[in-house]
Write a protein that binds this ligand. Structure first.
Ligand code: F6P
Length: 545
């Protein structure tokens, strides 16, 4: 870690010097800044010219990449080494979308043949459901699919289905994740059990939310169907075959995957079945191909041209050198409204760690808080703080050049104009003199100008990047997700953490099962804190109202 500390110190010195120039000055002094600080890959460009950075800082960041062995670690991941050391697992979501026919070995076994068998099974099932070859227990065509799952077994499928809604036909897909009864109630209440297929998506098949919702769905079916009939309305996506069988789902209705697929990286596996049912087999293949293209690029492009590596290093610059606590993800695409939520799990469950991969306390800051909303909506809520608040928040804009609604070009032009205007405003701001001049032109008195002007100042100099792509089609979405996955990998590699475990979610689960015994009537432990006791007493008091 010594070397890294030194490199970070040097980067901070570069930043101190760079801070003497405004971001906007960097454009004035270099007309080629866009060309020099952007990366292009097929029909996707990452413009990071509005990040407050220079060539010196970038080359130092590439030294960080070399020092922290990002490329070696990347190769270990792709080759099936057990890089998730706390769970002793390989990390091979990339194998799920591989189009190269190259073998990948885990414990001496090539995993590719099994992946292809499972993918083929998913495709056949999808075609049979969409073409009404597989029918419901009452011999009707399935009309609705309900995916029951949480975390990685929900966020990816829902986000991708929403994002690709122009490609969704034939079936309506719904998602139930929360243990809150309102979620399943509000989803099932308008559906017809005779034409509904429920997918129980759970890697472990033990997650309490998913199993509780799955059992409620079973009861819902059994209000009108026999147990045997109801079983024909279930499919499972899991690595736990004995558990799916015990639930009553026959093996031919179980789509498997493997322990080297992390939950938040599982959209490419059987967990993507709801997506495949929604968009069809060919579109799902395109989605996988997009991700594969990014994998190939990540594996082969030199550091300076490598989009995930550059994006990751910009993250390091903002987190460790500029000390920014959060980053905002701002898709200018309503269909990507769940993308920030998806990346929150991907990024924060992966890199929200305080110890390194050997268990030593980290001496540097790890994963930032990731949040965001689609534009233009967000412009009318939290953008106030982005422009004039006391925190500087690096913004990551995302925008397609083309929309799917060809007869609504005006919407698209306005969307793009707003996206570009925001990054420009964040960078340039508007200083006091400019504000006063504008107020003067509007005819205000000197007193009023003095009073109002400070409120209308935008300090500017706020960093952003823009990911621009031709159209949000299945292939492009596959690329975007893979880009963000690998960015998380790059940052985790610099921090030297295990980005593939998630022990931080366990304690709450454990305590919830103890809490449940109290809610069910067990005597509350004497040692419990007074807040928890007070809350439990309130439940007891109000429970029967
Ligand atoms: O609780 C966190 C987590 O383990 C996630 O990592 C995972 O995506 C989610 O729960 C769901 O797990 P499963 O697919 O096993 O139900």
């Amino acid at each position: 870690m010594k070397e890294i500390d030194m490199l970070f110190k040097e980067l901070k010195e570069i930043k101190t010097k760079l801070d003497k120039n405004l971001l906007s000055d960097l454009f004035k002094s270099n007309p080629k800044r866009f060309e020099e600080f952007s990366l292009s890959l097929d029909e996707m460009i990452l413009d990071y010219s509005k990040v407050h950075i220079n060539k010196d800082a970038l080359s130092k960041l590439f030294e960080v990449a070399v020092e922290t062995k990002i490329e070696e670690k990347r190769d270990s991941m792709f080759s099936g080494e057990k890089i998730n050391n706390t769970e002793n697992r390989a990390v091979l979501h990339t194998a799920l979308r591989s189009k190269s026919n190259q073998s990948v070995y885990v414990d001496g076994k090539d995993v590719i043949p099994d992946i292809l068998i499972e993918l083929e099974k998913m495709k056949n099932f999808t075609n049979d459901i969409r073409n009404a070859k597989i029918l419901s227990s009452s011999n009707e065509k399935f009309t609705d699919i309900v995916n029951i799952g949480i975390g990685g077994s929900h966020l990816g499928p829902e986000m991708v289905t929403q994002a690709l809604s122009p490609y969704c036909n034939t079936l309506k897909v719904h998602f139930v994740s929360n243990i809150d009864s309102s979620h399943i109630e509000d989803t099932l209440k308008d559906l017809n059990p005779s034409t509904t297929l429920v997918i129980v998506a759970s890697k472990t098949f033990t997650t309490i939310e998913t199993m509780t919702n799955a059992n409620t769905a079973k009861k819902w079916f059994q209000n009108s169907l026999s147990e045997e009939e109801s079983n024909l309305h279930f499919v499972a996506l899991s690595t736990a075959l004995e558990k799916t069988k015990a639930f009553g789902i026959s093996d031919d209705r179980v789509f498997g995957f493997w322990n080297w697929v992390g939950g938040r990286y599982s959209i490419w596996s059987a967990i993507g079945l709801s997506v495949m049912l929604a968009i069809g087999v060919e579109n799902f293949d395109e989605f996988l191909s997009g991700a594969f293209e990014i994998d190939e690029h990540f594996k082969t492009a030199p550091l300076e041209e490598n989009m995930p590596i550059v994006l990751g290093l910009l993250g390091i610059w903002h987190r460790n050198i500029c000390d920014y606590e959060t980053r905002a993800l701002l898709p200018y695409d309503q269909r990507l409204s769940s993308f920030p939520r998806y990346v929150q799990q991907l990024d924060m469950e992966s890199n929200g760690k305080s110890v390194d991969s050997r268990g030593n306390e980290l001496s540097i800051k790890s994963g930032p808080i990731v949040w965001g909303e689609p534009g233009t909506n967000a412009q009318h809520s939290f953008f106030q703080l982005l422009h004039q608040g006391t925190n500087i928040i690096p913004c990551e804009f995302m925008i397609a050049v083309n929309n799917h609604e060809e007869d609504m070009q005006m919407h698209n032009d306005l969307l793009i104009a707003n996206c570009f205007a925001q990054s420009q405003a964040l960078m340039n701001g508007r200083n006091l003199d400019e504000v006063k001049e504008i107020l003067k032109e509007s005819g205000l008195s000197e007193d009023m100008i003095e009073e109002l002007a400070p409120h209308k100042v935008f300090k500017g100099n706020r960093p952003s990047s823009t990911l621009i792509y031709k159209k949000l089609d299945p292939k492009t979405l596959g690329k975007i997700i893979a880009l963000y996955e690998h960015r998380v990998f790059v940052e985790g590699a610099v921090w030297d953490i295990d980005s593939f475990d998630q022990w931080g979610v366990e304690l709450g689960k454990e305590l919830a099962s103890k809490m449940l015994t109290y809610i069910k009537g067990d005597e509350v432990a004497k040692s419990i804190d007074s807040s928890s006791r007070g809350l439990l007493n309130t439940v007891k008091l109000w429970n029967k109202d």
